[in-house]
Design a protein around this ligand. Sequence first.
Ligand SMILES: Cc1cc2nc3c(=O)[nH]c(=O)nc-3n(C[C@H](O)[C@H](O)[C@H](O)COP(=O)(O)OP(=O)(O)OC[C@H]3O[C@@H](n4cnc5c(N)ncnc54)[C@H](O)[C@@H]3O)c2cc1C
Length: 437
Amino acid sequence: MQHAKIPKVIIIGAGPGGLSLYHALINNKEKKEFDVKIFERDSGPEDRWQGYHISLNAPGIVSLLNCIPSSIALNLPKAIPNPIPDVEFHGISISDENGSILFRPPLKQLKELFEIEKATDNIAIISYRDRLRDVLIEGVPVRWGKKCIGYEETKEGIWVKFEDGSREFCDILVGADGINSPVRKQKLPELQTFNYGVTTVNANIPVPKRLMDRLIKVNGNSLIQETLGLKGDWTFTLFRLIPIEQESDDTNKNDSDELHYRLTLAYMYPKRLDESDNVKVDDNDPASVIEHVKEIIRKLRPESEMTDVLLGLWDLAPKTDSEKENFPFKTYLPIQRREMRDIDPLSINTWTSNRVTLLGDAAHAMNPIFGLGTNNAFQDADILSQALLNGSSEDLIPCIQKYENEMRIRSSADVLKSRKAALRQSTPIGSTKVEDT
Ligand SMILES: Cc1cc2nc3c(=O)[nH]c(=O)nc-3n(C[C@H](O)[C@H](O)[C@H](O)COP(=O)(O)OP(=O)(O)OC[C@H]3O[C@@H](n4cnc5c(N)ncnc54)[C@H](O)[C@@H]3O)c2cc1C
């Protein structure tokens, strides 16, 4: 008896999207067997700091649970701790530049306000990105230190090329390699990133209780907070109110006895403020980036308790390489200015489905305003794996096409919704209204 050929699948990128697809394909062997390999450019799991927070919503969590085996699901509480009743509000508050709340909708109204049809009762739960990566990576034989630089298509399949000169053969190649995906750049060179003209600077910081108390006093206990400036600048913070010291597996090296909390901080401002000749910032020197951010905050924001708290938060961002020792990081992610960008997968009509497909940010990077990026990546992994597991092994391209048709429509809506909201917030009060994009 002749056995059916086991399709070889290569996944590039061990982020949340690539890892959930790996689990979904490997754990359904009784349905269909795939020979799956996952390649990652980082040299190991602790190579790069993976970030403090991401928001997960109900559709994202449902898809994640569809992808992973129960042994991994049992570890999810490490990455997604339960909300603390009466202490944490897993929703958003939007305030003016003084911290006065403009709105803080009850959870059930959030989906209508933000037109997030897919969210069910709660918009999001704030989760730990670094620990989610740890949970998802357990037991996965990631090939580390393998930076993909492109691929070659033949009649039989795909040869994937790596920077170290090696190559690997597969029947299906999945680019889950993030916003700068070399797989996307080769498959769809015409699919360009959309640049907002907005600079974003992000930091992950442990915040001492005294400063956290001041932030909460001005701005409340919503775990996602935005403060809107009048001149097109805005802040975005994500945190949990679980002190770092209470967590047994945290590697926090703080010497003080004061409680600390994890906080993800972002400041967005018009890119033109970087373009004057007087601006001398070295993106390889975090201290100069942080000083620049603080200068802009002082210039654009009024003197107020909210502004003081913001400046205090930026003072906690690591400025030098040696300072990283004082932070609960495995590795250090230098603070740099970046232009806010996204990718709308429906912005081209030349997308052809073939043996090479894309997943997550590689296909549809979106700004973080509604926290939909990771949730879409999990949904992609769920839907692509279902299509491959349920389709004919003889011809997997119709399965990929089915996935891509759904993925492009779903994620494009979220990209554009997030873009419209971010551009609106980045428009100085009194300027021309941002038109629908
Ligand atoms: C280090 C990091 C920190 C982040 N922090 C946050 C955060 O705090 N909050 C938030 O909302 N979002 C954050 N994001 C983005 C968010 O996680 C993603 O939007 C989302 O999870 C989509 O996941 P993804 O798997 O599609 O892509 P990603 O999470 O970007 O993962 C892509 C993976 O592919 C690897 N890769 C890239 N190029 C190559 C290559 N050529 N060859 C091999 N491997 C490659 C990358 O190293 C990465 O591991 C972060 C992303 C990264 C990479």
